[in-house]
Ligand binder design. Sequence first.
Ligand SMILES: *Cc1c(COP(=O)(O)O)cnc(C)c1O
Length: 848
Amino acid sequence: MRALRSFTVRARLPEPLAPLQDLAFNLRWAWDPRTRDLFRWVDPQLWESSFHDPVRVLSLVDRHRLEQLARDPAFMGVLGELHEELNRYCTVGRWFQTRAGSPLQSVAYFSPEFGIAEALPQYSGGLGVLAGDHLKAASSLGVPLTGVGLMYRMGYFRQYLNGEGWQGERYPVLDPHAMALRLVDGVQVELALAEQTLVAQVWLAEVGRVRLYLLDADVEANPLELREITDRLYGGGVEHRLRQELLLGIGGVRALRAVGVPSQVFHTNEGHAGFLGLERIRTLVTDEGLSFTEAIEAVRAGTIFTTHTPVPAGIDRFPRELMERYFGAWAAEVGVGMDQLMALGHFPADPPDAPFNMAVMGLRLAGRSNGVARLHGDTSRRMFQPLWPAVPPDEVPITSVTNGVHGRTWVAPEMGELLTKYVSPAWDEASPAEWARVRDARDDELWRVREQGREALVTFVRARMKKTLLASGVPSVDAAWVDEALDPRYLVVGFARRFASYKRATLLLSQPERLRRLLLDEQRPLQLVFAGKAHPADELGKEIIAQIARFAGDPEIRHRIMFVEDYDIAVARTLYQGSDVWLNTPRRPMEASGTSGMKAALNGALNCSILDGWWDEMFDGDNGWAIASAESYDDVARRDEIEAESLFEILERQIIPLFYDRSGGRLPHEWIRRVKASLCSLGPEVLASRMVRDYVERMYEPTAARVDKLAGGSHAAARHLAAWRERVVAAWPGIEVVSVDGDAGATAPLELGGTREVTAEVRLGSLRPGDVAVQLVHGPVLGGDELTDTAVVEMHLLGGDAGEGGGTYRYTGSFECDRAGRHGYTVRVVPSHADLTDPMELGCVTVA
Ligand SMILES: *Cc1c(COP(=O)(O)O)cnc(C)c1O
């Protein structure tokens, strides 16, 4: 039965404890161990049973206990101190405030999910946790960023395995009134959904000094089916998904307007929020009188798009009928036809009735785009190259900003203390030079931290396993073995992530006997801990989990290999902090970045991974292990076989002997040396503070400067740029490189260090020299005259004239040859305009 009306009953704290309320409602507790300790102090049992949720602790704690605490001078002293510290944290200037003259005033960061704490389960995995870490690091750096997302009433599912190891899903209903969220008074957002109108309310989460707004469709004014729009993360069919994305993108922009966040830079974390661009186009057209193409220019100037998946199936695509139903009114209002709208989500070669591709729209409506690791940038340029058919893959305008993780969320308090002592009290924002000081840490001190992590992991896994067994009806005598499962003295290899098939969680199971031998070794056993969820609709992923669960269920080895159910932030943290080795076995280059290995590394684990995602750029030969990649094999089975073989060899010949090598005494000194090498090299690179600084310097600030410039004087520059773009694209077919001449016959040999002069004659048709750049592209030549590793040199205008029927101009340029061997060059013409972020963005290139 549904309640006709519902209301909230909130706990009231005794007056002196009022600061507890502020501490509970600012999610800074998610990464501040002292604030967490304070809530544990309030009621240790409630702290555990509430999944570490200060708001629940306060609403459930016994009144007498509160009165007792209010009279406890020790408690009140710490409370006062932490409250003051929070206020200071939220107001004192930080890194961003030292950037005098920064053009950046506001970034709106849109994401379909945010993983901030286990008590706010609004995430499914890596994408959401990354978004949470982005907000936290932005907060600590003082970046003026605001998050926008949805409030899902059931979040993502909670996982359990049945007796056969098959994944089942539970969807507990969340009550936002009982969470660390505040309803934003007086703000409601309205949205047309086909023939209906949706009303959404807005929740505010405070993430340190950053605000996160979450839109919620579960409002009484809505008919029941609309209230269900924000039911679950990634649930329901295509139409459900479209409605969620409409609310996120369009509703999100309206919510920001309603709460008064200035509109400057918009950052779309993956394509799901891409409709924000359409909402902004609409307002520019209707309120400011821009044309459709001018509005696109203005929106692009202020938008950043981050793509997160090299897997085409991971991209949302909406059929044309649905787009017509939900965007027909939009198109009419903006004054364009459906074909024009659909083209925003199409590759040039797509037919008009092809599904609308959200990543394509993301790229088309963003002035700057990026992948999430260097290799992924490269993969993305190739994957989306068809959007710019004339542009060479290496020059497709998609860059990369490598992901990072929020240090204080993921690092164990004991490790945090060690880093504070040796690296810096601000180790989470420290420089490489400061991180290098971790080598000064005493071996026994570092090893003690590692042991504490492993012990905590073993305790946690045993308790979780016991609970699971008892809950599934196993008699307690039959569950007693769990108390002895895993041994905190032995090597632990962790593997936890989504069970998508490209991640190949079962690579180790491909040689079951060999694995059993390692697990059952008397002196030097290997222990394995797995965790992770499969998407509810992914039968293959569930089969992989079941395989692991069946293998791990064998009574002979079950004390050495465990599958921990219900992977979430709390499970993840325990695994990162307690594993000695973090294993990652994706099929290269399917893993965009991966971040779990970064979190493990910060805790002193060593990575053993395929050179994919972030590991491809950060592995240096000494800070972990690289599993050989047999990427060049087309035969997937053969490839898996070779890579599994490499993994086993690394385990048998390197990892296990090194971990158990105590020739220098009680401690594995060589292992510890490796851990230090890993911390020194990875510490400064894997932090979200590095990532957010990269975004600020390379993406946000240039975008802010550009959008301000283009918006000035009623968008004069945007209008001009739109007109220029149309003119250049239309005139481009008239461009031709008529001739190219090198000095001394162009192909004569040159001495190393010599200079080659080149002149070219170029026909520009109706365009002028100011509209284009003529470039000399040179580099070593491989077989088939293919230029590799090219460098680009601008050529200078020598002269020419705008004759009738098309001007012809002469250009000159030169380059030095600093490498012996075959070298080649060519000449090309690309568009050039001061307000363009990248000459390639128009997709116009003419090569000699
Ligand atoms: C870090 C994290 C992930 C992402 O891990 P990958 O390495 O990208 O697979 C997923 N889920 C949780 C809970 C995490 O903390």
